[in-house]
Design a protein around this ligand. Structure first.
Ligand code: VL7
Length: 135
């Protein structure tokens, strides 16, 4: 049975976010702001339909998808690219492939105890984030 990701999650660790942003081509000034942020994930899950909101004081980013259905993702406010994105279950992990200009781009979510884990990949960079359910 797929895991339940729904809820509000607060970031507690963020490893190599800088490397990920450089690989995405984010400019220096934006990286200086972005690295100070403490994102919150608000996830709505209804069967195989998801909305993931990444909320910060600077910018927000929302994506909605159905498992196994490729869609055009416009990463507005991030690197402003267009990707052909698809998210699949791999056991209880959510695995996204973002096909486009950047090689090896995608992300994986999984749950460990009361933690939401996220690996963000772009080119040769991996950013690892951990979130905890907010009270
Ligand atoms: C989304 C940010 C850095 C640009 C602004 C920083 C704004 C937050 O793809 C992501 O999440 C998936 C999985 O949960 C669902 O969409 C990560 C944030 C990555 C990358 C780009 C810096 C400018 C930060 C909106």
């Amino acid at each position: 049975m797929p895991a339940d990701y729904s809820g509000t999650w607060d970031i507690v660790s963020n490893e190599n976010f800088e490397g990920y942003m450089v690989a995405m081509g984010i400019d220096f000034a934006t990286r200086m702001i972005a690295k100070m942020l403490k994102p919150q994930k608000v996830i709505e899950q209804d069967g195989d339909s998801f909305t993931i909101r990444t909320l910060t004081t600077f910018r927000n980013y929302t994506c909605s998808f159905k498992i196994g259905e490729e869609y055009e993702e416009v990463t507005k406010g991030l690197d402003n690219r267009i990707c052909q994105s698809v998210v699949n279950w791999e056991d209880s992990k959510l695995v996204c492939v973002q096909r486009g200009e950047k090689k090896n781009r995608g992300w994986t979510h999984w749950i460990e105890g009361d933690e939401l884990h996220l690996e963000l990949r772009c080119e040769d960079q991996v950013c690892k984030q951990i979130y905890k359910k907010s009270s």
